[in-house]
Design a protein around this ligand. Structure first.
Ligand code: KG4
Ligand code: ZN
Length: 384
């Protein structure tokens, strides 16, 4: 093993992050500056504000990550940065800074796909625990605010190859959490709030019909074929459940209570779970619990169907939504029933961070797969 200290930089969405990871297996420092307060009044990420905040935060965040790792700009062996997918303007802040550092310090520059980063968050922590014996093939569910994607991951010598076998046709799962929280006047980001509120409601009260995916995905190459080669696809769809929540709200005349809640919570600087509960009636708590149950059973059901069909040996669940308690418990229980080992990142490495970028860069460092100084951000970069 080559000993390499890699500085990772991540700025694809609303977190400015930097980290130092040694040889893809030891997290040395991990700094994340969240833009939560900037975007909160708008109920979602505002791309222009995200770029501005990244510009403000990037230098101090990188300095802090180096200082906490007892490293300097000169001592690190390479600089890794997220190339995409993500917000173009936000990505460019990280990329421009990484390029400037690589050029000025004469260090190798490594471009990393954000989704590959989420997968390597799991690998980093498993290696750190001493688990070097993962069985292949691996199926990875990357489930976040922008993605609900299934990848088969294989290691070929030091490098990795990925095959996408499913993705959301419309909203990502995290987006559905965020939109439903917004509809209910619960604020932003919705995932963590719904996660904490759901145990206080009855998940059996509201029945959501399972998402039907009838039509072949026409965006998905192959002239509308459901099969890619011989492999069936395992797609997701979450815009229907969001609309079903909206209809429920309308049918049950919940709008004025929602407006009152929105105003009350906006007046509390950092609302705690007790504040949310105090501002939610039983009907709302039951709706939240039922929504989360439906999301979890759909995510787990479709992922395990894909795992069975592809006869995988190991399952990874990663990305912001992988922080969800009910999702973790359901995956652990149902995977165990099928004898399938399932791995998650720790909660801090489930959501966006730069440690996962530095970890994913290590195999590329070994393969000398370096990025030219003129590479650019790719908002819709695919993972292969
Ligand atoms: O991976 P991530 O930090 O950023 C993207 O790449 O999108 O994921 C953020 C998403 C948001 O939609 C957020 O609401 C969701 O992950 N999320 C959660 C939880 N924590 C974050 N969703 C459900 N339960 C959680 N505990
Ligand atoms: Zn992410």
């Amino acid at each position: 093993m080559v000993n390499a200290y890699i500085l990772g930089i991540e700025s694809s969405c609303d977190e400015t992050a930097a980290a130092v990871v040694r040889s893809g297996e030891q997290l040395i420092s991990n700094v994340v500056a969240s833009q939560f307060a900037t975007h909160k009044p708008f109920g979602g990420v505002v791309p222009e504000l995200a770029s501005r905040e990244h510009l403000r935060a990037i230098v101090p965040v990188v300095r802090q990550a180096l200082a906490e790792a007892d490293q300097t700009y000169k001592s690190v062996d390479a600089i890794a940065v997220t190339q995409g997918p993500g917000l173009a303007g936000a990505l460019l802040v990280g990329i421009s800074y990484a390029k400037a550092l690589a050029f000025a310090l004469d260090k190798p520059l490594i471009a990393v796909n954000h989704l590959e980063g989420h997968i390597h968050a799991v690998l980093l922590e498993e290696r750190q625990k001493g688990n070097h014996e993962l069985q292949f093939p691996v199926l990875a569910l990357v489930v976040s605010g922008g993605h609900t994607h299934l990848y088969l991951a294989e290691r070929k010598n030091e490098s990795w190859a990925y095959e996408n076998i499913g993705h959301t046709r419309d909203d990502a799962a995290g987006e559905a959490f965020d939109k439903v929280a917004k509809l209910l006047g619960l604020g932003y980001p919705g995932g963590p709030i719904i996660d904490r509120l759901a145990p206080h409601g009855d998940a059996n009260v509201v029945k959501f019909p399972p998402a039907q995916i009838k039509h072949p995905d026409r965006r998905n190459r192959g002239g509308g074929k459901e099969m890619e080669g011989e492999r069936p696809r395992f797609d997701f769809s979450y815009s229907g459940i969001k609309t079903a929540v909206l209809r429920y709200i309308e049918r049950h005349n919940m709008q004025s209570a929602i407006e009152a809640r929105r105003r009350a919570l906006a007046g509390i600087p950092k609302p705690k779970v007790e504040d949310f509960i105090a501002n939610c009636d039983r009907q709302t708590l039951d709706l939240v619990a039922s929504f989360q149950r439906a999301m979890v059973s759909d995510l787990v059901g479709r992922t395990l169907a894909a795992a069975r069909a592809c006869d995988v040996a190991t399952l990874f669940v990663t990305g912001g939504v992988a922080a969800n308690n009910e999702l973790r418990t359901a995956f652990e229980r149902q995977s165990a029933q099928e004898g399938l080992p399932v791995f998650f990142p720790s909660r801090p490495l489930s959501t966006d961070n730069a440690a996962m970028i530095a970890a994913a860069a290590y195999p590329k460092f070994l393969a000398k797969d370096f990025a030219p100084l003129d590479f650019s951000a790719e908002a819709s970069l695919a993972l292969r």
